[in-house]
Design a protein around this ligand. Structure first.
Ligand code: FMN
Length: 396
């Protein structure tokens, strides 16, 4: 089959391709934000209002976008962020993403709600793999998953702390999306209108695995009543810093806390022994009034830049966005939707295409910025423009 994503020139092209292939409900689940989508729009506006200040006549012929993250070198300053529906948009989409990440020599993060057993993804995806932790109402059961990820050999645990309550995603409610998924008339019609996804993904699960996609990495105790599964998957709203210390004690390797925006929280995460943090507003999916990560980043870097590795995400779609994040002090940029669109459009080939596009854009932007390596990128390379409306994050 011809891979149409070869024709994609940018991430937006991949987004349109994914939109055509996926059901409306699934596409909007991947693409849209919570409430009025203000945070999602702000994420883009904030990045667009940062300008790069190029330097010239530097001989940029030998430029190299490699970085070192947690002591390991990698070819690009990127990480694939965890996205729950990867396995819904493509059959075993998590393996597709992990392989694409491995080919690009960057880490892949598996979401807690993946549809493929973590050990299979680790074995078939290769490369550097991280496991993302959501803590469900049943804490003990969630910690069983941590031990399993540890024993399986994931290199890092990414503990997501910005979602103590369910996301208020009104688009999903209107589209009849429920968690865990159920068959509805609305969903059946939507699926029939998208036969490439219905046959290529959903039917493949049923034929190959004998059932609809499940959550094999969520440890649900055997005696838990089936009709209460939705309650089991409720997020835990009791977590505190002592809990982070508990996770630290359980996890012997790299621990990354995801979803930090306030510098004092970054300090507390470092005090609890985290090796890294992800400055993130969850792509605008959790708190629609939250500050944008790129606006929050400088204060976080000031507070803990010397103590922990800082990754940023939310809204990054171009190589130039990535350079803006690094110039403001991030060590790497995580991407969620960019590769999710790719895998939704064409599996591993589409995810790889997303990474090729970003790699080419990073390489090109380094050239026009007069840079041969990313280590020399700093505050001198960005100009922050005032924004209207502005909430103080941007300066003139
Ligand atoms: C559809 C979707 C599903 C996501 N699922 C998870 C998840 O399971 N766990 C998690 O920690 N973050 C999740 N995220 C957040 C991402 O890890 C990441 O923070 C965000 O997507 C980065 O922004 P970007 O999509 O604009 O690149 C999800 C984001 C999206 C868009």
């Amino acid at each position: 089959m011809t891979d149409l994503t070869r024709n994609a020139l940018n991430i937006e092209d991949l987004r349109r391709m994914a939109k055509r292939r996926l059901t409306k409900a699934l596409f909007e689940f991947c693409d849209r934000g919570s409430e009025d989508e203000v945070a999602m729009r702000d994420n883009r506006a904030a990045l667009d209002h940062i300008k790069l200040m190029p330097r010239v006549l530097n001989d940029v012929s030998g430029r190299d976008p490699a970085i070192t993250l947690f002591g390991k070198s990698q070819a690009l300053p990127l990480v694939i962020a965890p996205t729950g529906p990867a396995g819904f948009v493509w059959y075993r989409g998590e393996i597709a993403l992990a392989r694409a990440a491995t080919a690009a020599d960057i880490p892949y993060t598996l979401s807690s709600t993946g549809n493929t057993p973590m050990e299979t993804i680790l074995a078939e995806g290769g490369g550097t793999q991280w496991y993302q932790l959501y803590v469900w109402a049943d804490v003990a059961a969630s910690l069983v998953t941590v031990e399993r990820a540890r024993d399986a050999g994931f290199e890092a645990l990414v503990f997501t702390v910005d979602s103590p309550t369910p996301n208020n995603r009104e688009f999903d409610t209107r589209n009849g999306v429920v968690f865990p998924p159920k068959i509805t008339v609305q969903g059946a019609i939507d699926s029939l209108l998208h036969p490439r996804w219905l046959v290529g993904t959903l039917a493949r699960y049923v034929l190959a695995d004998g059932h609809m996609p499940k959550f094999p990495n969520v440890h649900i105790p055997d005696d838990f009543p089936a009709e209460k599964r939705a309650d089991f998957l409720a997020r835990n709203d009791t977590l505190d810093w002592d809990f982070l210390r508990r996770v630290r004690d359980l996890w012997p390797r790299t621990l990354i806390v995801k979803g930090i925006l306030h510098p004092d929280d970054a300090v507390r995460a470092a005090d609890c022994g985290a090796n890294g943090i992800i400055v993130s507003n969850h792509a605008g999916n959790t708190n629609d009034a939250a500050v944008t990560p790129i606006d929050a980043l400088p204060a976080v870097v000031e507070a803990v830049g010397e103590r922990v590795t800082i990754i940023i995400d939310s809204g990054f779609r171009r190589g130039s966005d990535v350079l803006k994040g690094l110039a403001l002090g991030a060590d790497a940029v995580a991407i969620g939707r960019a590769t999710l669109y790719g895998v939704g459009a064409a599996g591993e080939a589409g995810a790889s295409r997303a990474l090729q596009i970003l790699a080419a854009e990073i390489h090109r932007t380094m050239g026009v910025m007069g840079l041969t390596d990313l280590g020399s990128l700093g505050r001198d390379h960005v100009v922050l423009l005032a924004r209207i409306p502005s909430y103080g994050g941007a300066v003139a």
